[in-house]
Design a protein around this ligand. Structure first.
Ligand SMILES: *Cc1c(COP(=O)(O)O)cnc(C)c1O
Length: 216
């Protein structure tokens, strides 16, 4: 399965985040041995022990809701946090990254679907965050792009439209705030059920779990 997905990602240069949540370290090692290096998890209490025991050249991405008081546990090693949805959270990441003398890539998560349960910011909230003096003063977080989740539906027209909306948000923010910066470049969108649409709509990072590891 890995090689099939990788060949689909290749033409666009989209990278794969293998979402290993709930899966044992043996399953991660099996993919690692096939060459996969980026893994994604959504719970702090799960990613920390996995990081501790697995090879150190794994690039760990955090993809779930992140509580402010838990940032300190992942700050020593996390490469990218896909789920930044407030200035308060970003400030804590900045503080903890600073303590570890690191820079952490952060993606702003947008609410693009029609499910109220999924997290994410509005454009207005993102504008406030990106214009804030607090952000300008930060040296240990890098706003590397944006993330979003489409509605869980069979309606491919709707899914495609939601991905188009996310891409539109990316372009708008790029023009407004990051015109001269090459660090703002990631659009994290696409999961097992919709990653092919996401690639067509400009995804740079797909987050795939079930297709690689089986049902959870
Ligand atoms: C679980 C999860 C995924 C992977 O979902 P699959 O459908 O198993 O591929 C992707 N993104 C987020 C944010 C997740 O929580």
């Amino acid at each position: 399965m890995l090689s099939t997905i990788l060949s689909e990602l290749k033409p666009s240069g989209t990278r794969l985040v293998a979402v290993s949540k709930t899966k044992p370290t043996e399953s991660i090692m099996a993919l690692y041995e096939e060459g996969q290096r980026i893994f994604g998890e959504n719970r702090v209490q799960e990613i920390v022990p996995k990081h501790d025991t697995l090879p150190k050249d794994i690039e760990w991405h955090f993809i779930g809701r992140l509580q402010i008081n838990k940032v300190k546990y992942i700050a020593p090693f996390i490469r990218c946090i896909h789920s930044v949805e407030s200035l308060r959270l970003l400030e804590e990441i900045e503080k903890q990254a600073g303590k570890n003398d690191r820079v952490i890539d952060c993606l702003l998560q947008f609410h693009i679907c029609d499910e109220a349960t999924k997290i994410g910011m509005t454009i207005e909230e993102a504008d406030l965050l990106l214009q804030s003096a607090a952000l300008q003063a930060m040296g240990h977080v890098r706003i590397a792009g944006i993330m979003g989740m489409a509605t869980f539906t069979d309606d491919v027209v709707q899914i495609r439209q939601e991905f188009k909306n996310l891409k539109g948000i990316f372009e708008r923010l790029k023009n407004r705030y990051f015109q001269d910066s090459s660090t703002f470049r990631e659009i994290s969108m696409g999961m097992s059920g919709d990653y092919q649409i996401a690639i067509e709509e400009g995804s740079t990072l797909v987050r795939i779990g079930t297709l690689l590891f089986g049902k959870r």
